[in-house]
Design a protein around this ligand. Structure first.
Ligand code: ZN
Length: 137
């Protein structure tokens, strides 16, 4: 098996990956206006505050777009194609959209499908966020 690239936490994203290791989906929440930020960054898009905390969120959302990958752009993923990559609008805030893999590669995603984040072991650390239909949990 070829080695897969793993996320490399940086100053802004490290708390997110600490949450993933703990089995929680955590987002930055602005202390200036209360809105969530994704992806993690230093300044709020809404009120320009630098003041933020990290909170565990519901890890639930709705599929707003998807694509089925049939071509492995890296050899490490050759044995896993085809699989579905989905865009998930989190329940906490309409403009928070996460991209991730639907855990069951044989499942056909649909727009409006309700999903929940889960944390799958990767070939290294940290684990990766994958999504399951809520009905399957
Ligand atoms: Zn703000």
């Amino acid at each position: 098996m070829k080695e897969k690239p793993l996320p490399v936490p940086d100053r802004d994203s490290a708390p997110f990956w600490e949450g993933v290791r703990a089995g929680e989906l955590r987002l930055q929440r602005c202390n200036g206006c209360g809105s969530y930020r994704w992806p993690a960054r230093a300044i709020c898009n809404h009120c320009h505050s630098f003041d933020t905390d990290w909170l565990a969120v519901s890890a639930r959302g709705t599929v707003t777009s998807w694509v089925r990958t049939h071509q492995a752009f890296m050899r490490a993923f050759q044995d896993e194609i085809p699989y579905a990559v989905i865009q998930v609008q989190l329940d906490e805030q309409d403009d928070i959209q996460m991209i991730g893999r639907l855990a069951d590669p044989g499942l056909e995603p649909t727009i409006g499908m309700r999903v929940r984040a889960d944390f799958a072991p990767a070939d290294g650390d940290p684990p990766l966020v994958v999504w399951h239909p809520i009905e399957q949990l």
